[in-house]
Design a protein around this ligand. Sequence first.
Ligand code: ATP
Length: 354
Amino acid sequence: MTASTRSGNSTSINGATAAFADAGSSVNIELDGVTKKYQGQERPAVEDFTMSVSPGELVMFVGPSGCGKTTTMKMINRIIEPTSGSIRIADQDVLSLEPNELRRHIGYVIQQIGLFPHLTIFDNIATVPKLLGWSRSRIAERVDELLRLVDLDPGVFARRYPKELSGGQQQRVGVARALAADPPVMLMDEPFGATDPITRDGLQAEFLRIQEGIGKTIVFVTHDFDEAIKLGDRIAVLSDRSQIEQFDTPANILAAPANDYVQSFIGKGTALKRLALIGLSHVELAGVSASTSALEVDERDSLRDALDMLVRSGASSVRVTRGGRVVGAIDFDTISTLLDADARKIPSREQGAP
Ligand code: ATP
């Protein structure tokens, strides 16, 4: 690669252009023996992280304060550099890429939102497209589309300033801004951390809906294990020793925690958390009998929803519906058999369960 090359409208000066810029969702991220030791620190902030994030995968980093989650994110987009080890995006070493060029192709959402207070919502979202030299009409179209995607009416919000929005609305704008130039990679550092539980639930559901449509490769940091199992295809559980204790699917971590540390991180209610991962559409249903309650659950609901309905009904089974039509029944025995089954045979969200 020459010293000055062009990718779209952006110029790379000291490194290769980001070949993954237009790669859609086919981008993987590889961390190989990544260690970061800040100057003056006794122990590394990140120690020997090795992991692969597959194209289109949503990987959650979960762990206690100070275990190196943010440091790892900042090494992926080169805000800081590793002391040793390598990070590759779409098989390109990030250290070979010009930092600003790299960052333009990685969406970054942080807890403090980081919206520019003196810019309107429109201009906040338009920041990277402007840097990439998009035409005014293309930018206007994209801002409009993104505001609708995050459920904010462009006619109402585009001309407002950040301080005129609620915290949850600002978070949505943060997500829209990170998506603006359609980056193949997203880094999300506790994006919903500062919101109340109800707003957070809504943002999580909306985020899953958006991700279903766009399928980006995402690394998402959270303190909250329940958020990790709700959103993640896989979860990396980090310890206070700044090491990866387990990296696996939510279903496998819940069923077979690698050690006491992971077990303590999962906390109480493991069985219910596992049931929440299993969609009724993946379960062999029983027939409706005279003792089946008239209460119903939709087959898009989880086994946890079914258990909740069973307990409320007081009956031994409840009806399961598809599009309003009864397709069978679910009972306590089926639920407890599924919980006893080998976790690796249990259908999980990444295999298509809701
Ligand atoms: P939190 O959940 O509280 O945000 P975290 O897991 O994201 O924490 P990091 O911010 O990555 O943790 O910090 C990891 C360790 O590195 C901490 O001990 C922190 O004090 C230290 N650290 C972070 N940034 C620097 C820095 N610029 N200089 C020195 N030490 C730092």
